[in-house]
Design a protein around this ligand. Sequence first.
Ligand code: FAD
Length: 443
Amino acid sequence: MEKQDVVIIGGGPAGRSIVHSLHAAEKNLSITLIKDEPVNVNRCAVPYGINGKREIEKYQIPNRLVTDFNADLMIDRVEEIDVNAKQVQTAKGTGYEYHHLVLATGSRPIVPPIPGIDGDGITPVRSLADLARRRELAAKSTNALVIGGGYIGIEVAVVLQEMGLSVTVIEMLPRILMATTEPEFVAAVEEKLDTMGICLMTEQKVVAFERASAGSIRVGLDNGDGLDADLVVLSMGVAPNTELAAKAGLEVGRTGIWVDEQLRTSGKDIYACGDCAQKFSFVNQMPVRGEFGTNAVFMGKVVALNILGNPTAFPGVINANATAVGDLSLGSAGFTEAMARDAGIDAVTGFSSVMDKYPMMDGVASVLTKLVFDRRNGKLVGGGVLGKGVCTAAKVDFISFAIQMGATLEDLVSYQYATHPELAAKPSDNTYVFAARDAKKKI
Ligand SMILES: Cc1cc2nc3c(=O)[nH]c(=O)nc-3n(C[C@H](O)[C@H](O)[C@H](O)COP(=O)(O)OP(=O)(O)OC[C@H]3O[C@@H](n4cnc5c(N)ncnc54)[C@H](O)[C@@H]3O)c2cc1C
Protein backbone atom coordinates (compact mmCIF):
# COMPACT_ATOMS: atom_id res chain seq x y z
CA MET A 1 0.00 0.00 0.00
CA GLU A 2 1.60 3.25 -1.14
CA LYS A 3 1.56 6.04 1.41
CA GLN A 4 0.04 9.28 0.15
CA ASP A 5 0.98 12.67 1.57
CA VAL A 6 -2.68 13.66 1.48
CA VAL A 7 -5.85 11.60 1.06
CA ILE A 8 -9.06 13.59 0.61
CA ILE A 9 -12.50 12.00 0.93
CA GLY A 10 -15.08 13.92 -1.10
CA GLY A 11 -14.92 15.75 -4.42
CA GLY A 12 -17.21 18.71 -3.75
CA PRO A 13 -16.07 22.34 -3.43
CA ALA A 14 -14.23 21.59 -0.14
CA GLY A 15 -12.25 18.65 -1.52
CA ARG A 16 -11.41 20.40 -4.79
CA SER A 17 -10.37 23.57 -2.98
CA ILE A 18 -7.77 21.60 -1.01
CA VAL A 19 -6.42 20.04 -4.20
CA HIS A 20 -6.12 23.47 -5.85
CA SER A 21 -4.47 25.11 -2.85
CA LEU A 22 -1.95 22.28 -2.43
CA HIS A 23 -1.19 22.37 -6.14
CA ALA A 24 -0.62 26.15 -6.04
CA ALA A 25 1.96 25.68 -3.29
CA GLU A 26 4.15 23.67 -5.74
CA LYS A 27 5.31 21.22 -3.07
CA ASN A 28 4.82 18.20 -5.32
CA LEU A 29 2.85 16.29 -2.70
CA SER A 30 1.27 12.95 -3.52
CA ILE A 31 -2.49 13.53 -3.31
CA THR A 32 -5.36 11.10 -3.77
CA LEU A 33 -8.95 12.31 -3.83
CA ILE A 34 -11.60 9.63 -3.39
CA LYS A 35 -15.21 10.42 -4.21
CA ASP A 36 -18.26 8.28 -4.70
CA GLU A 37 -20.06 10.50 -7.24
CA PRO A 38 -18.59 9.58 -10.66
CA VAL A 39 -19.37 13.09 -11.89
CA ASN A 40 -20.09 15.98 -9.54
CA VAL A 41 -22.81 18.47 -10.24
CA ASN A 42 -22.60 22.20 -9.70
CA ARG A 43 -25.05 22.05 -6.80
CA CYS A 44 -25.82 25.77 -6.68
CA ALA A 45 -27.07 25.55 -10.28
CA VAL A 46 -29.18 22.42 -9.77
CA PRO A 47 -32.47 24.34 -9.23
CA TYR A 48 -31.95 26.10 -12.57
CA GLY A 49 -31.18 22.89 -14.43
CA ILE A 50 -34.73 21.61 -14.04
CA ASN A 51 -36.06 23.62 -16.97
CA GLY A 52 -34.03 21.65 -19.50
CA LYS A 53 -32.96 24.81 -21.36
CA ARG A 54 -29.34 23.68 -21.37
CA GLU A 55 -27.83 20.23 -21.81
CA ILE A 56 -27.32 18.44 -18.52
CA GLU A 57 -23.55 18.31 -19.16
CA LYS A 58 -23.42 22.06 -18.54
CA TYR A 59 -24.26 21.37 -14.87
CA GLN A 60 -21.44 18.90 -14.43
CA ILE A 61 -18.12 19.62 -12.79
CA PRO A 62 -15.44 17.94 -14.87
CA ASN A 63 -13.15 15.50 -13.08
CA ARG A 64 -10.18 17.24 -14.64
CA LEU A 65 -10.67 19.90 -11.99
CA VAL A 66 -9.02 17.29 -9.81
CA THR A 67 -6.75 15.42 -12.21
CA ASP A 68 -5.28 18.53 -13.89
CA PHE A 69 -4.02 19.63 -10.48
CA ASN A 70 -1.59 16.86 -9.80
CA ALA A 71 -3.98 14.68 -7.80
CA ASP A 72 -5.03 11.08 -8.39
CA LEU A 73 -8.76 10.61 -8.59
CA MET A 74 -10.48 7.43 -7.39
CA ILE A 75 -14.20 6.90 -7.92
CA ASP A 76 -14.97 4.79 -4.90
CA ARG A 77 -16.58 5.03 -1.49
CA VAL A 78 -14.50 5.12 1.67
CA GLU A 79 -16.06 2.70 4.12
CA GLU A 80 -13.59 2.72 6.96
CA ILE A 81 -10.81 4.77 8.50
CA ASP A 82 -8.20 3.13 10.70
CA VAL A 83 -6.92 6.10 12.68
CA ASN A 84 -4.10 4.09 14.31
CA ALA A 85 -2.75 2.54 11.12
CA LYS A 86 -3.50 5.81 9.23
CA GLN A 87 -5.31 3.96 6.45
CA VAL A 88 -8.64 4.13 4.68
CA GLN A 89 -10.49 1.22 3.09
CA THR A 90 -12.90 1.58 0.19
CA ALA A 91 -15.98 -0.29 -0.97
CA LYS A 92 -14.01 -1.70 -3.93
CA GLY A 93 -11.52 -3.19 -1.47
CA THR A 94 -8.66 -0.76 -2.01
CA GLY A 95 -6.61 0.59 0.88
CA TYR A 96 -4.79 3.91 1.04
CA GLU A 97 -2.25 4.90 3.64
CA TYR A 98 -2.10 8.59 4.45
CA HIS A 99 0.12 11.09 6.11
CA HIS A 100 -2.73 13.65 6.24
CA LEU A 101 -6.39 12.75 5.79
CA VAL A 102 -9.18 15.22 5.05
CA LEU A 103 -12.87 14.49 5.47
CA ALA A 104 -14.80 16.59 2.97
CA THR A 105 -17.79 14.28 2.84
CA GLY A 106 -20.40 17.04 2.56
CA SER A 107 -24.04 16.70 3.49
CA ARG A 108 -27.20 15.03 2.22
CA PRO A 109 -30.81 16.19 1.93
CA ILE A 110 -32.95 15.61 4.99
CA VAL A 111 -35.64 13.11 4.09
CA PRO A 112 -37.87 12.69 7.16
CA PRO A 113 -39.60 9.35 7.75
CA ILE A 114 -42.98 10.46 6.39
CA PRO A 115 -45.03 7.51 5.09
CA GLY A 116 -44.76 7.24 1.28
CA ILE A 117 -41.86 9.72 0.97
CA ASP A 118 -39.70 7.33 -1.05
CA GLY A 119 -42.29 6.80 -3.76
CA ASP A 120 -42.26 7.84 -7.42
CA GLY A 121 -42.59 11.51 -8.26
CA ILE A 122 -40.92 12.66 -5.02
CA THR A 123 -37.37 13.89 -5.32
CA PRO A 124 -34.75 15.88 -3.40
CA VAL A 125 -32.57 18.60 -4.98
CA ARG A 126 -28.96 17.60 -4.90
CA SER A 127 -27.16 15.26 -7.27
CA LEU A 128 -26.88 14.97 -11.02
CA ALA A 129 -29.15 11.92 -10.86
CA ASP A 130 -31.81 13.94 -8.96
CA LEU A 131 -31.57 16.64 -11.57
CA ALA A 132 -32.04 14.25 -14.48
CA ARG A 133 -35.01 12.66 -12.73
CA ARG A 134 -36.63 16.02 -11.89
CA ARG A 135 -36.25 17.23 -15.47
CA GLU A 136 -38.11 14.17 -16.68
CA LEU A 137 -40.87 14.57 -14.07
CA ALA A 138 -41.24 18.34 -14.47
CA ALA A 139 -41.62 18.02 -18.24
CA LYS A 140 -44.71 15.83 -17.84
CA SER A 141 -46.23 17.44 -14.72
CA THR A 142 -48.79 20.18 -14.29
CA ASN A 143 -48.92 20.50 -10.48
CA ALA A 144 -45.84 20.70 -8.32
CA LEU A 145 -45.44 20.88 -4.59
CA VAL A 146 -42.21 22.13 -3.07
CA ILE A 147 -41.74 21.17 0.56
CA GLY A 148 -39.49 23.65 2.34
CA GLY A 149 -39.39 27.42 1.95
CA GLY A 150 -35.65 27.97 2.29
CA TYR A 151 -33.76 29.60 -0.54
CA ILE A 152 -33.34 26.34 -2.48
CA GLY A 153 -37.05 25.52 -2.27
CA ILE A 154 -37.97 29.00 -3.45
CA GLU A 155 -35.49 28.83 -6.36
CA VAL A 156 -37.00 25.51 -7.45
CA ALA A 157 -40.55 26.86 -7.11
CA VAL A 158 -39.77 29.85 -9.34
CA VAL A 159 -38.18 27.68 -12.03
CA LEU A 160 -41.14 25.27 -12.05
CA GLN A 161 -43.58 28.17 -12.23
CA GLU A 162 -41.66 29.65 -15.17
CA MET A 163 -42.00 26.26 -16.87
CA GLY A 164 -45.76 26.65 -16.66
CA LEU A 165 -46.50 24.37 -13.70
CA SER A 166 -48.88 25.33 -10.98
CA VAL A 167 -46.68 25.50 -7.87
CA THR A 168 -47.36 25.44 -4.12
CA VAL A 169 -44.66 25.83 -1.48
CA ILE A 170 -45.31 24.31 1.94
CA GLU A 171 -43.32 25.65 4.87
CA MET A 172 -43.54 24.47 8.46
CA LEU A 173 -42.40 27.81 9.98
CA PRO A 174 -44.47 31.02 10.05
CA ARG A 175 -42.41 32.61 7.23
CA ILE A 176 -40.25 31.43 4.35
CA LEU A 177 -36.49 32.14 4.15
CA MET A 178 -36.32 32.62 7.91
CA ALA A 179 -32.81 31.21 8.36
CA THR A 180 -31.05 33.99 6.47
CA THR A 181 -33.48 36.79 5.72
CA GLU A 182 -34.84 39.78 7.60
CA PRO A 183 -38.67 39.81 7.93
CA GLU A 184 -38.87 43.12 6.01
CA PHE A 185 -37.36 41.41 2.96
CA VAL A 186 -39.35 38.20 3.39
CA ALA A 187 -42.54 40.23 3.02
CA ALA A 188 -41.32 41.57 -0.35
CA VAL A 189 -40.44 38.06 -1.54
CA GLU A 190 -43.82 36.71 -0.45
CA GLU A 191 -45.52 39.47 -2.40
CA LYS A 192 -43.40 38.69 -5.46
CA LEU A 193 -44.25 34.98 -5.26
CA ASP A 194 -47.90 35.89 -4.96
CA THR A 195 -47.81 38.07 -8.10
CA MET A 196 -46.04 35.24 -9.91
CA GLY A 197 -48.92 32.93 -8.99
CA ILE A 198 -46.92 30.71 -6.62
CA CYS A 199 -49.02 29.63 -3.67
CA LEU A 200 -47.39 29.77 -0.24
CA MET A 201 -48.66 27.71 2.68
CA THR A 202 -46.82 28.46 5.90
CA GLU A 203 -47.18 26.79 9.30
CA GLN A 204 -48.22 23.59 7.54
CA LYS A 205 -46.65 20.23 8.10
CA VAL A 206 -46.71 17.35 5.64
CA VAL A 207 -47.53 14.07 7.37
CA ALA A 208 -48.19 11.58 4.56
CA PHE A 209 -47.80 10.87 0.85
CA GLU A 210 -50.25 8.56 -0.85
CA ARG A 211 -50.53 7.43 -4.47
CA ALA A 212 -53.71 8.69 -6.01
CA SER A 213 -54.95 7.85 -9.50
CA ALA A 214 -52.81 8.13 -12.66
CA GLY A 215 -49.50 8.84 -10.94
CA SER A 216 -50.86 11.73 -8.90
CA ILE A 217 -49.60 12.07 -5.31
CA ARG A 218 -51.93 12.97 -2.46
CA VAL A 219 -50.02 15.01 0.12
CA GLY A 220 -51.56 14.94 3.60
CA LEU A 221 -51.14 17.84 6.01
CA ASP A 222 -51.28 17.73 9.80
CA ASN A 223 -54.48 19.80 9.85
CA GLY A 224 -56.22 17.00 7.96
CA ASP A 225 -56.22 18.76 4.58
CA GLY A 226 -54.73 17.22 1.46
CA LEU A 227 -53.24 18.47 -1.81
CA ASP A 228 -52.66 16.69 -5.10
CA ALA A 229 -49.47 16.99 -7.12
CA ASP A 230 -47.71 15.17 -9.98
CA LEU A 231 -44.30 16.22 -8.73
CA VAL A 232 -43.07 16.76 -5.16
CA VAL A 233 -39.70 18.38 -4.55
CA LEU A 234 -38.17 17.93 -1.11
CA SER A 235 -36.09 20.84 0.11
CA MET A 236 -36.09 20.46 3.86
CA GLY A 237 -32.49 21.22 4.66
CA VAL A 238 -29.39 19.06 4.84
CA ALA A 239 -27.68 16.80 7.37
CA PRO A 240 -23.88 16.52 7.56
CA ASN A 241 -22.31 13.23 6.43
CA THR A 242 -20.62 12.31 9.70
CA GLU A 243 -21.16 8.54 9.88
CA LEU A 244 -17.72 7.62 8.53
CA ALA A 245 -16.05 9.90 11.08
CA ALA A 246 -18.20 8.57 13.92
CA LYS A 247 -17.42 4.97 12.94
CA ALA A 248 -13.71 5.81 13.12
CA GLY A 249 -14.20 7.10 16.66
CA LEU A 250 -13.79 10.79 15.80
CA GLU A 251 -15.72 13.29 17.86
CA VAL A 252 -18.96 14.27 16.16
CA GLY A 253 -21.51 16.90 17.21
CA ARG A 254 -25.08 17.54 16.16
CA THR A 255 -24.09 19.90 13.34
CA GLY A 256 -21.02 18.11 12.06
CA ILE A 257 -17.62 16.60 12.72
CA TRP A 258 -15.93 18.41 15.61
CA VAL A 259 -12.93 20.49 14.51
CA ASP A 260 -10.58 22.83 16.35
CA GLU A 261 -9.74 26.29 15.04
CA GLN A 262 -7.22 24.84 12.58
CA LEU A 263 -9.95 22.47 11.35
CA ARG A 264 -8.26 19.42 12.88
CA THR A 265 -10.59 16.67 14.05
CA SER A 266 -10.05 14.68 17.22
CA GLY A 267 -8.04 12.13 15.14
CA LYS A 268 -4.31 12.53 14.56
CA ASP A 269 -3.51 14.23 11.23
CA ILE A 270 -7.17 14.18 10.22
CA TYR A 271 -8.94 17.38 9.15
CA ALA A 272 -12.57 18.07 8.23
CA CYS A 273 -14.05 20.92 6.24
CA GLY A 274 -17.12 21.97 4.29
CA ASP A 275 -20.68 20.83 4.97
CA CYS A 276 -19.58 17.81 7.03
CA ALA A 277 -17.66 19.88 9.61
CA GLN A 278 -18.93 21.87 12.58
CA LYS A 279 -18.80 25.60 12.09
CA PHE A 280 -18.67 28.59 14.36
CA SER A 281 -19.60 32.15 13.61
CA PHE A 282 -17.03 34.79 12.76
CA VAL A 283 -19.16 37.28 14.68
CA ASN A 284 -19.22 35.68 18.13
CA GLN A 285 -17.23 32.45 17.71
CA MET A 286 -20.28 30.41 18.72
CA PRO A 287 -21.55 27.29 16.85
CA VAL A 288 -23.64 28.14 13.79
CA ARG A 289 -24.94 26.33 10.72
CA GLY A 290 -23.34 27.31 7.43
CA GLU A 291 -23.83 24.90 4.52
CA PHE A 292 -22.63 27.21 1.77
CA GLY A 293 -20.28 26.54 -1.14
CA THR A 294 -18.13 29.55 -0.27
CA ASN A 295 -17.65 28.32 3.31
CA ALA A 296 -16.57 24.93 1.95
CA VAL A 297 -14.00 26.52 -0.38
CA PHE A 298 -12.63 28.82 2.32
CA MET A 299 -12.35 26.00 4.86
CA GLY A 300 -10.56 23.89 2.23
CA LYS A 301 -7.97 26.64 1.79
CA VAL A 302 -7.36 26.76 5.55
CA VAL A 303 -6.94 22.98 5.72
CA ALA A 304 -4.42 23.11 2.86
CA LEU A 305 -2.38 25.81 4.63
CA ASN A 306 -2.26 23.72 7.79
CA ILE A 307 -1.22 20.61 5.86
CA LEU A 308 1.51 22.68 4.23
CA GLY A 309 2.88 23.54 7.65
CA ASN A 310 1.61 27.14 7.86
CA PRO A 311 -0.49 27.06 11.04
CA THR A 312 -3.67 28.95 10.13
CA ALA A 313 -6.77 29.48 12.24
CA PHE A 314 -10.17 29.46 10.61
CA PRO A 315 -11.82 32.73 11.65
CA GLY A 316 -15.40 31.40 11.52
CA VAL A 317 -18.11 31.69 8.92
CA ILE A 318 -19.88 34.91 7.90
CA ASN A 319 -22.38 32.96 5.78
CA ALA A 320 -22.58 35.43 2.91
CA ASN A 321 -25.44 34.28 0.67
CA ALA A 322 -27.63 35.51 -2.17
CA THR A 323 -30.59 34.31 -4.17
CA ALA A 324 -32.97 35.49 -6.88
CA VAL A 325 -36.77 35.40 -6.96
CA GLY A 326 -38.08 36.50 -10.33
CA ASP A 327 -36.62 39.95 -10.94
CA LEU A 328 -35.83 40.41 -7.24
CA SER A 329 -32.53 39.48 -5.71
CA LEU A 330 -31.60 39.37 -2.08
CA GLY A 331 -28.93 38.19 0.26
CA SER A 332 -27.33 38.59 3.64
CA ALA A 333 -24.11 38.18 5.57
CA GLY A 334 -23.50 37.69 9.27
CA PHE A 335 -26.39 37.82 11.72
CA THR A 336 -29.93 38.92 11.07
CA GLU A 337 -31.41 41.10 13.82
CA ALA A 338 -33.19 38.07 15.33
CA MET A 339 -30.01 35.98 15.29
CA ALA A 340 -28.06 38.79 16.92
CA ARG A 341 -30.63 39.12 19.69
CA ASP A 342 -30.73 35.33 20.18
CA ALA A 343 -26.96 35.45 20.56
CA GLY A 344 -27.31 38.01 23.34
CA ILE A 345 -26.05 40.94 21.26
CA ASP A 346 -27.56 44.33 22.09
CA ALA A 347 -28.47 44.91 18.44
CA VAL A 348 -29.23 48.25 16.88
CA THR A 349 -30.42 48.28 13.29
CA GLY A 350 -30.47 50.79 10.46
CA PHE A 351 -32.62 50.66 7.36
CA SER A 352 -32.34 52.42 4.00
CA SER A 353 -34.17 52.53 0.72
CA VAL A 354 -32.37 54.29 -2.12
CA MET A 355 -32.56 54.25 -5.90
CA ASP A 356 -30.09 51.82 -7.48
CA LYS A 357 -29.39 54.28 -10.35
CA TYR A 358 -29.80 57.99 -10.97
CA PRO A 359 -33.56 58.77 -11.04
CA MET A 360 -33.66 59.69 -14.77
CA MET A 361 -32.17 56.37 -15.96
CA ASP A 362 -34.19 53.51 -17.45
CA GLY A 363 -35.11 50.69 -15.12
CA VAL A 364 -34.34 52.54 -11.91
CA ALA A 365 -35.52 50.61 -8.83
CA SER A 366 -35.11 50.71 -5.07
CA VAL A 367 -32.46 48.85 -3.18
CA LEU A 368 -33.26 48.13 0.45
CA THR A 369 -30.55 47.58 3.03
CA LYS A 370 -30.74 46.61 6.67
CA LEU A 371 -27.61 46.68 8.79
CA VAL A 372 -27.26 45.20 12.27
CA PHE A 373 -24.71 46.66 14.70
CA ASP A 374 -23.58 45.73 18.17
CA ARG A 375 -24.53 48.74 20.31
CA ARG A 376 -21.71 47.98 22.74
CA ASN A 377 -18.84 48.65 20.33
CA GLY A 378 -20.60 49.88 17.19
CA LYS A 379 -19.36 46.90 15.15
CA LEU A 380 -21.29 45.65 12.15
CA VAL A 381 -22.50 42.11 12.88
CA GLY A 382 -24.78 41.53 9.91
CA GLY A 383 -26.75 42.95 7.07
CA GLY A 384 -29.10 42.16 4.24
CA VAL A 385 -29.91 43.66 0.86
CA LEU A 386 -32.88 43.37 -1.46
CA GLY A 387 -33.02 44.88 -4.91
CA LYS A 388 -33.65 44.18 -8.57
CA GLY A 389 -31.19 42.74 -11.03
CA VAL A 390 -27.99 40.92 -10.41
CA CYS A 391 -25.78 43.10 -8.27
CA THR A 392 -27.12 42.04 -4.88
CA ALA A 393 -24.37 39.45 -4.41
CA ALA A 394 -21.75 42.18 -4.81
CA LYS A 395 -23.62 44.28 -2.24
CA VAL A 396 -23.67 41.33 0.17
CA ASP A 397 -19.94 40.86 -0.43
CA PHE A 398 -19.39 44.44 0.72
CA ILE A 399 -21.26 43.72 3.97
CA SER A 400 -19.37 40.47 4.43
CA PHE A 401 -16.01 42.17 3.93
CA ALA A 402 -16.98 45.02 6.25
CA ILE A 403 -17.83 42.47 8.97
CA GLN A 404 -14.57 40.63 8.31
CA MET A 405 -12.59 43.86 8.64
CA GLY A 406 -14.36 44.78 11.90
CA ALA A 407 -16.05 47.86 10.41
CA THR A 408 -18.06 50.02 12.79
CA LEU A 409 -21.10 52.20 12.34
CA GLU A 410 -18.81 55.26 12.11
CA ASP A 411 -16.72 53.55 9.38
CA LEU A 412 -19.86 52.96 7.32
CA VAL A 413 -21.21 56.47 7.81
CA SER A 414 -18.03 57.89 6.34
CA TYR A 415 -16.78 55.34 3.82
CA GLN A 416 -15.93 56.46 0.26
CA TYR A 417 -17.75 54.99 -2.72
CA ALA A 418 -18.17 55.26 -6.50
CA THR A 419 -21.09 56.63 -8.45
CA HIS A 420 -22.29 56.52 -12.05
CA PRO A 421 -25.79 57.19 -13.48
CA GLU A 422 -26.23 53.66 -14.82
CA LEU A 423 -24.40 51.76 -12.10
CA ALA A 424 -25.06 53.36 -8.72
CA ALA A 425 -27.21 55.79 -6.76
CA LYS A 426 -26.60 59.52 -7.10
CA PRO A 427 -23.56 60.87 -5.25
CA SER A 428 -25.49 62.02 -2.19
CA ASP A 429 -27.18 58.65 -1.68
CA ASN A 430 -25.53 55.46 -0.59
CA THR A 431 -27.42 52.50 0.73
CA TYR A 432 -24.91 51.59 3.47
CA VAL A 433 -24.26 55.18 4.56
CA PHE A 434 -27.99 55.80 4.87
CA ALA A 435 -28.59 52.57 6.79
CA ALA A 436 -25.67 53.30 9.14
CA ARG A 437 -26.94 56.85 9.71
CA ASP A 438 -30.37 55.45 10.53
CA ALA A 439 -28.81 53.16 13.12
CA LYS A 440 -26.74 56.03 14.53
CA LYS A 441 -29.91 58.03 15.21
CA LYS A 442 -31.05 55.21 17.51
CA ILE A 443 -27.93 55.18 19.65
C1 FAD B 1 -29.61 22.72 -4.66
C2 FAD B 1 -28.51 23.40 -3.94
C3 FAD B 1 -28.22 24.73 -4.21
C4 FAD B 1 -27.20 25.38 -3.54
N1 FAD B 1 -26.94 26.68 -3.83
C5 FAD B 1 -25.92 27.32 -3.21
C6 FAD B 1 -25.61 28.67 -3.52
O1 FAD B 1 -26.27 29.31 -4.36
N2 FAD B 1 -24.59 29.25 -2.84
C7 FAD B 1 -23.85 28.59 -1.90
O2 FAD B 1 -22.90 29.15 -1.32
N3 FAD B 1 -24.11 27.28 -1.60
C8 FAD B 1 -25.13 26.65 -2.22
N4 FAD B 1 -25.41 25.33 -1.91
C9 FAD B 1 -24.63 24.66 -0.87
C10 FAD B 1 -23.33 24.08 -1.44
O3 FAD B 1 -23.61 23.35 -2.59
C11 FAD B 1 -22.67 23.21 -0.39
O4 FAD B 1 -22.43 23.98 0.76
C12 FAD B 1 -21.36 22.63 -0.91
O5 FAD B 1 -21.59 21.76 -1.99
C13 FAD B 1 -20.62 21.88 0.19
O6 FAD B 1 -19.44 21.40 -0.34
P1 FAD B 1 -18.70 20.12 0.28
O7 FAD B 1 -17.50 19.88 -0.56
O8 FAD B 1 -18.54 20.31 1.73
O9 FAD B 1 -19.74 18.93 0.14
P2 FAD B 1 -20.49 18.26 -1.12
O10 FAD B 1 -20.65 19.22 -2.22
O11 FAD B 1 -21.69 17.62 -0.54
O12 FAD B 1 -19.47 17.15 -1.59
C14 FAD B 1 -19.15 16.05 -0.78
C15 FAD B 1 -18.76 14.89 -1.65
O13 FAD B 1 -18.25 13.81 -0.86
C16 FAD B 1 -18.75 12.59 -1.34
N5 FAD B 1 -18.66 11.58 -0.28
C17 FAD B 1 -19.37 11.58 0.88
N6 FAD B 1 -19.01 10.50 1.61
C18 FAD B 1 -18.08 9.83 0.90
C19 FAD B 1 -17.35 8.62 1.13
N7 FAD B 1 -17.49 7.90 2.25
N8 FAD B 1 -16.46 8.20 0.18
C20 FAD B 1 -16.30 8.93 -0.95
N9 FAD B 1 -16.98 10.08 -1.23
C21 FAD B 1 -17.86 10.50 -0.30
C22 FAD B 1 -20.18 12.97 -1.74
O14 FAD B 1 -20.75 12.02 -2.58
C23 FAD B 1 -19.94 14.31 -2.42
O15 FAD B 1 -19.56 14.15 -3.76
C24 FAD B 1 -26.44 24.67 -2.57
C25 FAD B 1 -26.72 23.33 -2.29
C26 FAD B 1 -27.74 22.69 -2.97
C27 FAD B 1 -28.03 21.24 -2.66
